[in-house]
Ligand binder design. Structure first.
Ligand code: SF4
Length: 438
């Protein structure tokens, strides 16, 4: 009888073809999905060709997913060239899952596009050349970011070599108050343990407070595991997960998958329990995601800009929340709205609050709406929508606020939930959403 294992250990044991793996054990694992994008894809392809030959074929074209998303709506020649490289490679390899720019196939931010297009299945190993690949752990799989060299190797072999991480467990109990979102929960965790508090550890989120969240909010929790240094974030699959996976899996042929849960008696290296009814809205001050404060402590801090977008805060749930605050009101500062994907962008037109589309609520409030992509989350070329080109103060639903992350090195970025960002946009100062919820 194998020793009890955590969710992450069970997924890695399956992928390694073993009955059991233990923390710190190095294993070769079979990879189920390899994702890359326009920033790292050309480098990955270059390494793949250098090591496996210029005529080499990827190990399994059904398992390689390429999603241009970062520097898309720009005149920057080098950025556009990166997308050309991806397009040529997808054509040469006859890849079925290449989501090209400029047509109906275009998706937008990879971490939201992956589940929408049916690439996230419980029990699998999903690697991506992007640190926020951990987002997909919300679907009960092992998902982590890797560098171009590792990705080039996986592209040729379908394998990677991993050290099994020990698991930290974060339990959320209680009914979420209407003024809190998953962003508040994960900012609280990162503030408590620090940006290196989970270095090379799995972060498993558990408890009735987590399982009451919809799938997009669970993605927000796992998305920011990397901001605490986590190797991966994960949540055990339940009916909410499987309903989503089964509906979207049709697009990739409804491939079989395995649902794993942690064993009774599994060993956790750390455990922390939160009562969500006692939390209040959280914010991360410049210039680190663990620079935690309660929104109420910073109330009145002057701002120049609000930004609602990215893989962390650019999903339909995020826009529903923000629009609920903004409806019938006007923003006082420049407010940028960027849907993560084209599907989310369509949702801005079909989702209504009091008979008005989310898009019209934002436009009527005076916000500007951009095209689906990473946009200013990573700064990008100087013509990027919403980029901080001057040393201003911005409140944002994104995930990182290191100097220069959203553009100018002296800009000050506050990270917060869509509810807090929308509330702050209304006065041009940091505001507690409890004062604006209708
Ligand atoms: S939205 Fe931001 S964090 Fe997410 S993949 Fe794009 S640049 Fe990275």
């Amino acid at each position: 009888m194998p020793l009890p294992m955590t969710l992450t250990e069970k997924i890695l044991a399956r992928a390694a073809g073993r009955d059991h793996v233990a923390p710190a054990q190095n294993v070769w694992v079979n990879v189920d999905v390899l994702m890359t994008h326009d920033v790292c894809g050309p480098g990955t392809i270059g390494i793949f060709k250098k090591r496996f030959g210029k005529d080499a074929k990827v190990w399994d074209k059904e398992k390689v997913v390429i999603i241009p998303d970062h520097y898309i709506f720009t005149k920057d020649v080098m950025a556009n060239r990166n997308v050309d490289v991806l397009r040529e490679f997808a054509k040469e390899q006859d890849l079925p899952y290449y989501y090209d720019v400029g047509g109906d196939r275009y998706k937008g931010v990879c971490h939201i596009a992956l589940p929408e297009e049916g690439h996230t299945r419980p029990g699998e190993v999903l690697l991506g050349t992007d640190s926020h690949t951990c987002t997909a752990g919300a679907f009960g799989l092992f998902a982590t970011g890797i560098g171009n060299t590792d990705a080039g190797f996986t592209m040729g072999t379908g394998k990677t070599w991993l050290k099994t991480p020990p698991t930290m467990r974060f339990v959320f109990h209680g009914e979420m108050p209407p003024y809190l979102m998953a962003k508040d929960l994960i900012l609280a965790v990162i503030g408590d343990i620090g940006v290196d508090g989970a270095t090379y550890r799995a972060m498993e989120f558990d408890g009735d407070g987590v399982f009451a969240l919809n799938i997009e909010e669970r993605m927000t929790l796992c998305n920011m595991a990397i901001e605490a240094g986590g190797k991966n974030g994960c949540i055990a699959p339940d009916k909410v997960t499987l309903d989503y996976v089964n509906a979207r899996g049709v697009k990739t042929g409804s491939k079989p998958y395995t649902v794993f849960n942690a064993d009774v008696g599994a060993q956790y290296i750390y455990e922390k329990v939160y009562d969500v009814t006692k939390l209040e809205p959280v914010i991360a001050k410049p210039h680190s995601p663990d620079n935690k404060a309660f929104v109420s402590e910073l109330k009145g801090t002057k701002l120049d800009r609000a930004y609602i977008g990215s893989c962390t805060g650019g999903k339909l749930t995020d826009f529903r929340a923000a629009a609920g605050v903004l409806q019938g009101k006007s923003v006082k500062i420049d407010t940028f709205v960027v849907p993560a994907t084209t599907e989310v962008a369509r949702g801005l037109d079909t989702e209504l609050i009091n008979g008005i589309s989310l898009r019209n609520i934002f436009l009527n409030a005076g916000a500007k709406i951009g095209d689906a992509s990473c946009a200013a989350c990573l700064g990008g070329p100087s013509d990027t929508f919403g980029r901080l080109n001057t040393p201003i103060s911005c409140i944002s639903t994104t995930n990182r606020n290191f100097p220069g992350r959203m553009g100018h090195k002296e800009a000050r970025v506050y990270l917060a939930s869509p509810l807090t960002v929308a509330s702050s946009a209304l006065t041009g100062m940091i505001e507690d959403p409890r004062n604006f919820l209708q």
